[in-house]
Design a protein around this ligand. Structure first.
Ligand code: ADP
Length: 423
């Protein structure tokens, strides 16, 4: 294709690849057209990021891609983590060679519905170090994105290089119409500091943050499968709430995840009925629900083989990150999803309510799937309107963080004082 030809995929006048930008070199314009031609055949593009390496970003990317393909979607998994391309190992594809077709690279079929391409396939030997200088890294990422011939896909999951440097920036800039980024972190404060930077980085690049996943949160006992808290967890959900981005859930540290990674078998297929798989599925349900397929999971419950995981959604009016006493005029609502049996927070999102009008909030929160509202105070008329929408009302809570309130409510230790605001 030359710079003056159209890519042939569509007749969209609005396509940015139709117009050469002022001062753009001919080669850059051709590359941009080629990239646009490949990307516009892909319905959804999701970038998996992390503030630093080793937090489980590739593990999440692989299991997300496999889960989507198991739902019947056509999926591509692209590993552009140029310093530690681990997808070939995670899927036991290390010995595979990539086939070229003219300018194009043909991805490897992992299964009928899942195609895989990794920068690791380019390395001669498994343990070769990848030493590329700055501009080379940028070009390698661009070349990879534009040369891989995926064909038509429902989803492309991109395993990005970690951090907030030039490499993830190149990924975000080249995949300019991505649905957004999932950011993976661990519960420790050092990892959370990095993830704050990743969120700010996305905001600066106008990349939507689809949500934060806290990996290696708690420990899944290999004997009984129960999930035990090892260190204080929940830091990521608090941080996500403070930064106004969705929290997608926690995945425990599970020795079987590590062994599945080492063996090259996706964890979610090998241990389909474990609590850890349920946690993976819960964490990615927002992505799955983004599709209109009949097969997607329900709003308030997810099913995983025989196991049914019951989720309850608790609404809390908030101002400056704490419960707001005047619920009818609050700035925002925290909507927190709790796994009922485990009493564990598995997701949260902050939403701005519609302008205040009598009766509008109960209806709005019902549409948002809330089962309970916890407030500082509420008039009896409003309480009746919530009850009519089948939303349980708890009043008299104090101005703590939504997370503390939900934990206390689930443990049965929430101290409900006076109904402080009766209007
Ligand atoms: P990253 O892509 O962030 O560098 P990886 O996905 O490669 O991280 O994971 C790093 C290591 O941690 C791998 O050995 C993987 O098996 C292990 N790992 C990731 N998530 C879990 C988990 N939930 N439980 C146990 N081990 C995990």
């Amino acid at each position: 294709m030359t710079g003056t030809e159209e890519c042939g995929n569509c007749a969209e006048d609005s396509c940015s690849a139709k117009v050469k930008q002022a001062g753009e070199r001919e080669q850059d314009y051709q590359d941009r057209q080629q990239l646009a031609g490949r990307m516009c055949k892909i319905k959804h593009k999701i970038i998996v990021m992390s503030g630093k390496g080793g937090v489980g970003k590739s593990t999440v990317a692989v299991n997300l891609a496999v889960s989507l393909s198991m739902k019947g979607h056509r999926v591509g998994l692209l590993d552009v983590d140029i310093h530690g391309p681990s997808v070939p190992t995670l899927l036991n594809l290390e010995d595979r060679q990539i086939q070229g077709n003219g300018d194009a690279l043909t991805p490897i079929d992992f299964s009928e519905k899942l195609k895989v391409m990794s920068i690791g396939f380019m390395l001669q030997k498994r343990d070769d170090a990848v030493i590329w200088r700055g501009p080379m890294k940028h070009n390698v990422i661009k070349q990879f994105l534009k040369d891989v011939e995926w064909g038509d896909l429902d989803y492309l999951i991109i395993d990005s290089p970690p951090g907030t440097g030039d490499e993830p920036m190149a990924v975000c800039q080249f995949v300019e119409d991505a649905d957004g980024a999932i950011i993976v972190t661990m519960p420790q404060e050092v990892a959370l500091m990095d993830v704050r930077k990743s969120i700010t980085f996305c905001q600066q690049l106008k990349m939507k943050v689809l949500g934060v996943i806290e990996n290696m949160s708690g420990f899944s006992c290999p004997k009984c499968g129960e999930i035990l808290e090892m260190f204080p967890s929940g830091g990521a959900s608090n941080m996500a709430m403070q930064m106004g981005v969705p929290f997608l859930g926690q995945i425990p540290m599970d020795p079987y995840v590590a062994s599945a990674c080492d063996d090259g078998t996706p964890y979610v297929t090998r241990h389909a009925d474990s609590l850890t798989t349920a946690a993976f599925m819960s964490a990615i349900k927002t992505v799955l629900n983004g599709d209109n397929s009949d097969e997607v999971v329900n709003d308030n419950s997810i099913y995983n083989n025989e196991r049914e995981v019951k989720i309850m959604r608790i609404a809390i009016p908030i101002a400056e990150g704490k419960l707001a006493m005047h619920f009818g005029h609050c700035e925002q609502f925290a909507l927190i999803d709790v796994e009922i049996d485990e009493k564990k927070i598995v997701g949260s999102v902050t939403e701005t309510p519609p302008p205040h009008e009598p009766g509008v909030l109960p209806k709005w929160l019902s549409e948002k799937g809330a089962n309970v509202i916890i407030a500082g105070g509420m008039g009896s008329r409003a309480q009746n309107l919530f009850t009519e929408q089948s939303i349980e009302v708890v009043v008299g809570a104090s101005a703590d963080s939504p997370e503390q309130i939900v934990k206390a409510y689930m443990d049965g230790t929430l101290e409900a004082g006076e109904n402080v605001c009766d209007h």
